[in-house]
Ligand binder design. Structure first.
Ligand SMILES: N[C@@H](CCC(=O)N[C@@H](CS)C(=O)NCC(=O)O)C(=O)O
Length: 211
């Protein structure tokens, strides 16, 4: 299997964690913006974005589609709960991450280099992140993972995003710490101890220049 990815991308981190949790071997070919615009890559993902998974002759993009594909194709160990309600709840966390929290983190990330950080108009974006984290905090009571003892696809996207919540909120002068998100911090202590999460976090931090 090959995974086209950027090591600092939370969308890619989610897929790598799913692959590692399932014990699937994969290579990560070098990716740059020229590759993403190449006809060969666009044939795999017409959006020209990573992650893209190649499994034999089959290639597919979009992180959530990829992890759902992995779950169906390689069901052991399961990364979705056994009940219909549990799977719906897991997908709620995935959607909340991908449609709301993740994009807001991206907004704060890119603002650090495009001149918007620190401007009065940008303060509303930092407030939006704080509100989304408060909403998430109110939705969880980790034991130790979002849906209980099983580490699921509900948890996977938040591993790298937790790191971004801490670092980006601090970089924008409104640090979110464990005191303000104790449940999320408790969850992160358990999630980041998993070998899959630890490996992906280490790779991301190295790529981001933080060690
Ligand atoms: N909804 C997509 C988002 C993919 C995405 O935005 N990928 C970014 C990296 S995080 C990318 O490839 N950016 C490169 C570009 O747009 O040129 C997913 O979940 O896979």
């Amino acid at each position: 299997m090959r995974l086209f990815q950027y090591p600092f991308s939370h969308n890619c981190a989610k897929v790598k964690i799913a692959l590692l949790e399932k014990g699937l071997a994969f290579e990560t070919p070098p990716v740059d913006s020229a590759l993403l615009r190449s006809p060969e890559f666009l044939a795999r993902n017409p959006l020209g974005k990573v992650p893209v998974l190649e499994d034999g002759d089959f290639a597919i993009g979009e992180s959530e589609v990829i992890v759902e594909y992995l779950e169906e194709r390689y069901p052991q160990p399961p990364l979705l709960p056994p009940t219909i309600e549990g799977r719906a709840r897991s997908r709620w966390f995935s959607r909340f991450h991908d449609l709301y929290l993740g994009p807001q983190l991206s907004t704060l990330f890119f603002a650090l280099s495009d001149g918007r950080a620190g401007t009065p108009a940008f303060a509303v974006e930092v407030d939006r992140l704080v509100a989304l984290v408060a909403l998430l905090e109110a939705q969880i009571d980790p034991n130790p993972f979002f849906l209980g003892a099983q580490f699921t696809l509900a948890d996977a996207p938040y591993v790298l995003s937790y790191h971004f919540i801490e670092t980006l909120s601090a970089a924008h002068g409104r640090p979110l710490t464990a005191a303000e998100m104790p449940r999320l911090a408790r969850w992160f202590a358990a999630a980041s101890a998993r070998p899959s999460a630890a490996a992906v976090l280490a790779e991301a931090k190295a790529a981001l220049g933080g060690g």
